[in-house]
Design a protein around this ligand. Structure first.
Ligand SMILES: Cc1ncc(COP(=O)(O)O)c(C=O)c1O
Length: 407
């Protein structure tokens, strides 16, 4: 596995520099193909994928059952628009309702698109009650996507500052601060939204009593409670959705999900109870691409496979965190290991940008978020042997970092 980082394929970097918007800071590797938990660059060097396309590739790469279904559907029907029925949207909606405990589904193409649908539901709900009922309560350090509605409720000013004025009415409270939540919610609140485990915000689990309080306040003030399960949902934390980690479960009115749903084909879904779903009447919302036959059929296959492997996710996650905890004992710059299931944060006392580059040299794909948190979202098909490999590689990376800190 140990291999020097490949130089990006000749020409690719120049073309991107000359012709793409300069909004991404890419790592110096050009990926070419993948198999299982591994990806290969254009020089055929192998990398253990511990970030899985930011949680999208939950079944790894080129999963044989996914490839088979996609190939078959590609030759049949890829897109219909929502002018017509096709065979897979209804069954997939039913499946998501059964999994989530909610009643109606709308399909979009990305996390941010279904978050927009959630905001529209909240506003429509508020508008039916009073003109002042348009406030959305969200959390500090949250992340809900990049469109104007989503950045308007995201609790990180850096995502909004260049695009003001954005949608008014959002208020943020610290995750876990019950008193702040109680003070923020009022008759003017149309919705409360948060991730049960903040992903981009640094892999921060939100206390369950906070979710219970949010449910109580949403009911008291007739607001819609939405859980953003885009990163922490669909098996990532060891349950279908992270809110199902709670006992008893706190059901939201709305739930948004996306990332791994169609195993790499863009697909997002919003699930809502009847009360929230009734805020959208015919003509009030739609999507040209959303819920096409290729995406929906692939998603049904993804969910079949997820049913088979879901029981293994918590154990694999526990094993990974236990092994990381061993490392944390030896490296004082590791402050904390956080998360549930295969959603893992390694909180460091210093920036982890260089660690990501060193890990790449070691043949490991990892991500740094919030400057000091190494985020791991490995495929659910990872094995204990793969995890041991990851630990060996990270050990070498951390040893290098320790030396650097000494010198
Ligand atoms: C919790 C959460 N919400 C929303 C989004 C936005 O999803 P997308 O990038 O598919 O629009 C993300 C993306 O990382 C996310 O993690």
């Amino acid at each position: 596995m140990t291999s020097p980082t490949a130089a990006p394929a000749h020409g690719v970097v120049d073309l991107e520099r000359d012709y793409l918007l300069q909004n991404y800071a890419r790592l110096p590797v050009t990926l070419h193909r993948g198999k299982g938990c591994y990806v290969y660059d254009t020089n055929n060097r192998r990398y253990l994928d511990l970030i899985a396309g930011i949680g999208v590739n939950a079944l790894g790469h080129a999963h044989p059952r996914i490839v088979k279904v996609m190939r078959d559907q590609l030759g049949m029907l890829v897109h219909t628009s929502n002018l017509y029925y096709h065979e897979y949207q209804g069954p997939l909606a039913k499946r998501l309702c059964e999994m989530s405990g909610l009643q109606r589904v709308f399909f979009g193409n990305s996390g941010t698109e279904v978050t927009e649908a959630a905001i529209k539901m909240m506003h429509s709900h508020g508008n039916r009650i009073s003109a002042a009922k348009h406030e959305v309560i969200a959390l500090d350090h949250s992340f809900h996507g990049r469109t104007i509605g989503s950045i308007s409720i995201t609790g990180q000013p850096k995502y909004r500052k260049d695009f003001e004025p954005v949608m008014p009415g959002a208020k943020w409270v610290p995750a876990g601060d019950l008193a702040a939540l109680e003070a923020a919610v009022s008759e003017n609140t149309c919705g409360i939204i948060f991730e049960l485990v903040q992903g981009e915000g640094g892999v921060n689990p939100v206390p369950f009593e906070f979710a219970r309080k949010a449910r109580e306040l949403a009911d008291r003030y007739d607001a819609l409670l939405c859980f953003d399960e885009i990163q922490c949902g669909l098996g990532r934390t060891g349950t279908y959705f992270a809110y199902q980690l709670m006992d008893p479960v706190v059901l939201p009115d709305i739930m948004v999900t996306a990332k791994p749903l169609a195993a790499g084909i863009p697909l997002g879904a919003i699930a809502a109870n009847e009360r929230a779903a009734s805020t959208i009447a015919p003509g009030m919302h739609g999507s040209t691409f959303g819920g096409g036959p290729l995406a929906c059929r692939t998603a049904l296959e993804f969910l079949d496979i997820l049913d088979e492997i879901l029981p293994t996710i918590s154990d694999l996650g526990a094993y990974f965190r236990a092994r990381l905890t061993e490392l944390a004992k030896r490296y004082s710059f590791i402050r904390e290991i956080r998360g549930y299931g295969l959603m893992i944060g390694i909180d460091m006392t210093m920036p982890c940008k260089q660690i990501v580059l060193d890990a790449l040299e070691e043949g490991l794909l990892v991500n740094c978020t919030q400057n000091t948190v190494l985020r791991l979202l490995p495929p659910y098909i990872i094995t204990e042997q793969d995890i041991d490999r990851a630990i060996e590689g990270l050990d070498r990376v951390f040893a290098k970092e320790a030396k650097r800190a000494e010198g």
